[in-house]
Write a protein that binds this ligand. Structure first.
Ligand code: CDT
Length: 309
């Protein structure tokens, strides 16, 4: 078997006033715990260095810059890179990215994969941005990522690393089957994804704010990741930022899911917590050769509508 011991490092809440240096201390504490468990790869959440700022509508969208990183690694995050390299552990890290491209400023919701030697193996920028661009006049609050971030422009790349083929996604991406399929078609065997997801979902029906039944948020969280893993023959490592953050409660439920769709490890708190599993990347192969032998069984001549306007 091609075994990689993977740790999911769930974060409890990050307060707006918490410095990056303080957050990195928490990431380091979990890195050490993961190391004591023998992990080779640690997966941190989406936007793991700051509070989840897109819950707010800043009048000046550029106020978001303060929550973004202009370089990676930077002095605040360097201790994590250094210690992970010293321990020979790789990691996935989500963060807000501020960059200059095509002669203008852009922000992306980004993740990177760092190798055991401390080098950045690959980068992903979130494709499926949730929420709204502007405040709802009826006061419906939630997620305003579309206000601050651009749609990721790197596609769904996969990377040869950790003796397998690795992919990345971020939060809302996990709800979309295309996310997993795009990477699975390139041979992805393990997909890492971080999330910041409220424990209740409110939607507008006409002028009324309607709350989903409470059990659905958590059910949907696991449903989509388990289906993604099974239908695409890959491991999925979903890692939450959890707990009560700036008045909003985020769900936990971080988990490691096998290509069978089984959850093999799951967090039980909504605080900083490390869980591990031995992920046999060869497990991806069984279904790829049988039920989901893509070459033999996909019927692409019927799928055109998926990418048609
Ligand atoms: N961070 C993130 O992508 N959160 C979304 C919230 C969706 S509700 C507007 C999610 O899909 O979990």
């Amino acid at each position: 078997p091609r075994l990689v011991r993977v740790a999911a490092a769930q974060l409890g809440p990050i307060a707006r006033e918490e410095s990056r240096a303080a957050v990195v201390e928490r990431l380091l504490a979990m890195l050490h715990k993961a190391h004591s468990f023998g992990a080779q790869l640690v997966v941190y959440p989406e936007m793991a260095l700051t509070t989840f700022f897109p819950r707010w509508v800043f009048d000046d969208v550029d106020d978001a810059d303060a929550f973004c990183e202009t370089s990676m690694p930077n002095p605040d995050v360097q201790p994590l890179f250094d210690e992970a390299k010293r321990l020979g552990i790789g990691f996935y890290l989500g963060y807000g990215e501020l960059t200059q491209e095509e002669g203008r400023k852009k922000r992306f919701n980004t993740s990177i994969l760092v190798g055991a030697d401390g080098s950045i193996i690959g980068k992903y920028r979130k494709v499926h941005l949730p929420g709204r661009k502007d405040a709802d006049p009826t006061g419906c609050a939630g997620n305003f990522e579309k206000r601050y971030y651009e749609v990721g422009n790197l596609g769904f790349p996969v990377f040869r690393a950790f003796d397998g083929v690795m992919g990345m996604a971020i939060c809302n991406d996990r709800r979309w089957p295309e996310t997993y399929r795009a990477m699975s078609l390139q041979g992805a065997e393990l997909i890492m994804l971080g999330y910041n997801t409220g424990t209740v979902k409110r939607t507008m029906v006409g002028n009324a704010q309607v709350q989903e039944p409470a059990h659905l948020s958590s059910f949907h969280n696991h449903l989509v990741m388990q289906a993604g893993a099974y239908q695409n023959c890959c491991w999925v490592v979903g890692v939450a930022k959890a707990g009560m953050e700036e008045g909003v409660e985020f769900m936990g439920g971080s988990c490691i899911i096998a290509p069978t769709g089984d959850i093999v490890a799951q967090a039980v708190t909504t605080a900083d917590e490390v869980i591990v599993a031995d992920c046999d990347l060869d497990l991806s192969l069984h279904n790829r050769r049988t039920t989901f032998n893509f070459e033999v069984n996909r019927q692409i001549q019927t799928y055109g509508i998926i990418t048609a306007q």
